[in-house]
Design a protein around this ligand. Structure first.
Ligand code: FAD
Length: 550
């Protein structure tokens, strides 16, 4: 029998704790040391906003494991309040500083596993260091925010950054009865969404009296001892008794860089398919590493908990002679915003266009379950797929109920390399309280397959005005009543059931663009006109999608 190996893990939260626990289960004899800069290990960072907002009431619920429980169950030696300051790869040694006492010492390793995560981006603007400006990374951060709210009873909050964490914090502060304003430099919240899907989120948030400053940037913060207002690039001054930063994170690569480890083009630690760094005895996982995008194969950063856990687990296997390749991540993510759910997986249209990958997009607005059973709600779903073979490339869904389940089905399909024709065939659980006999995923798949099969051509709303200017004939195929309640400028109302009788009104020498409420009735119109030789196209998403864009 050889000597037991000594593995030191840097970082004790998602990837680190996952690696440590799996390693112990794979190797009862290994010496495992987990070094964590903070006081806490294995805490639920994803739960932090909900602790701030009081949804999670007990602080200890955030602490999934403690150094003591980690030792008792896994015989893992946890050194918290300990920062790894330096790696000496030649000596296979690290320098650890005790952050309470200030003293440093050396520790040797056979293998080192780097799981240092990513640090919040703090913009360098005046006022940023005031005590009522917070970022949210760990338990002490959320303690500070909670305490500040309790002691100072702020009335107004500015959230800088409209990503997932920013939105969760916005909801929580709103629930604490603060007036909330979200400032986002891009033209839309939630970067992973395409603009027309983000527009639904904007409309919803505004309806809840959350203020949005889009396409604007915080350039300074005013106030004497505390920030009192945030000044935006546009000149706007937004009152702020508390400011939360949610601009994003950057991989913590200082240690790796100083040790001479290779860093990838995206700024994350470079690893091979076994998650080994450029040093054969050092592995790395989690928010700190550069990964391959599962759909496109591109290098990317993806600071999400599920990939971090997977990677940590995988490294443990690789250290125990059960090599498994990491196949990349596809960016499946979900966020709750009050009673709405927003979820994404795979690539969005913006990225596909930028990369020049041939794709088509379709939208559907199915109900979460059969409408005749009480309580159903409409979701807006977008599917992206390969134009040629129909391979599923990505999806985005916004709605109230059942969004999580549909995105997960599509995420699974992407992982399996399935096409829209495969999605049609999925037999998904159905009874009226849960779904419809054609599940929303099937509905999307049928719509998408019609496009791949060239039974229908689609056009997206942003392309419509130009076409109409060039002479396209726009048909609103909804009923006269719906038409009266609101329509698109220049549209001709020819309800689906009247199309055959009124076909002479539709010019044959012009491009014809048709929409209805959600795309189903206009699809029928397309199927009537197309065999007759009309140059007809369906406007994806119909008026249901259009109304959010204005
Ligand atoms: P971390 O969990 O950040 O752990 C890294 C640890 O390493 C830190 O505790 C740090 O102190 C320690 N460390 C760093 N350098 C050193 C050093 N030199 N010496 C010792 N220790 C060191 N993801 C989702 O998928 N879904 C969500 O809903 C979600 N919500 C989130 C909400 C919030 C508020 C935050 C902050 C993140 C959220 N995430 C979410 C992201 C998710 O938490 C991260 O992707 C995940 O924690 C990454 O794991 P990690 O192990 O790489 O890094």
């Amino acid at each position: 029998m050889g000597m037991a190996k000594k593995v030191v893990i840097v970082g004790g939260v998602a990837a680190g704790a996952s690696a440590a626990a799996r390693l112990r289960r794979m190797d009862e004899d290994a010496q495992i040391i987990m070094v964590e800069r903070g006081e806490y290990i294995s805490f639920a960072n994803c739960g932090l906003p909900y602790y701030v907002g009081g949804v999670i009431k007990k602080r200890e619920r955030l602490l999934i494991q403690t150094p003591r429980s980690m030792f008792k169950r896994f015989n893992i030696e946890v050194r918290n309040n300990s920062e790894v300051e330096q790696i000496n790869p030649q000596e296979k040694e690290i320098v650890i500083k005790n952050t309470l006492e200030g003293d440093s010492y050396r520790e040797s390793y056979d293998y080192l596993v780097l799981c240092p995560g990513a640090a919040p981006i703090i913009p360098n603007i005046p006022g940023i260091n005031q005590p009522n400006v917070f970022s949210v990374r760990n338990v002490p951060d959320s303690d500070r925010i909670k305490q500040y709210i309790e002691m100072n009873e702020p009335k107004t909050a500015v959230i800088i950054g409209g990503g997932f964490v920013g939105l969760e914090m916005a909801e929580m502060l709103y629930e604490c009865n603060l007036d909330v304003c979200i400032v986002e430099a891009a033209d839309q919240l939630m970067g992973p969404l395409d603009p027309e899907m983000a527009a639904i989120v904007h409309s919803y948030l505004r309806s809840q009296d959350i203020e949005l400053c889009l396409g604007d940037q915080a350039i300074s913060m005013e106030g004497s001892d505390l920030v009192e207002s945030v000044i935006l690039a546009s000149g706007r001054k937004v009152p702020a008794d508390i400011v939360i930063l949610g601009i994003g994170v950057k991989p913590e690569v200082g240690l790796a860089t100083n040790a001479g480890l290779a860093i990838g083009s995206t700024g994350g630690i470079l690893v091979d398919e076994y998650l080994r760094t450029s040093d054969p005895f050092i592995y790395a996982a989690g928010d700190a590493i550069q990964i391959k995008d599962f759909v496109t194969g591109q290098d990317s950063l993806l600071p999400l908990a599920s990939p971090a856990n997977r990677q940590g687990w995988l490294i443990a296997n690789n250290l125990c002679h059960r090599p498994i390749k990491y196949t990349g991540a596809q960016g499946t993510a979900i966020v709750k915003i009050m009673d709405q759910t927003v979820a994404v997986t795979g690539k969005n249209e913006k990225t596909l266009r930028k990369l020049g990958i041939p794709y088509q997009a379709c939208h559907a607005q199915p109900n979460s379950h059969a409408t005749y059973y009480p309580g159903s709600s409409v979701m807006t779903a977008k599917l992206l797929f390969d134009t040629q073979d129909g391979k599923v490339l990505g999806a985005q869904i916004v709605g109230r109920d059942g969004v999580d389940k549909r995105i997960d089905v599509i995420a699974t399909a992407i992982r399996a390399g399935m096409t829209v024709f495969d999605l049609q065939e999925l037999e998904l659980a159905y009874a009226p309280p849960f779904s419809s006999a054609k599940d929303p995923v099937n509905m999307l798949a049928y719509a998408a397959s019609n496009i791949v099969n060239r039974d229908i051509e689609v056009i997206q709303w942003p392309d419509v005005p130009k076409r109409v200017m060039e002479g396209a004939f726009l048909i609103d195929a909804r009923t006269a009543k719906e038409f009266e309640r609101g329509t698109v400028d220049g549209a001709h109302n020819i309800p689906v059931d009247e199309v055959r009788a009124r076909i002479d009104e539709i010019p044959k020498d012009k491009e014809v663009l048709v929409y209805c409420g959600q795309g189903l009735r206009s699809y029928i119109v397309n199927r009537i006109l197309r065999p007759k030789g009309y140059d007809v196209k369906n406007i994806s998403g119909g008026y249901g999608l259009y109304q959010y864009q204005i």
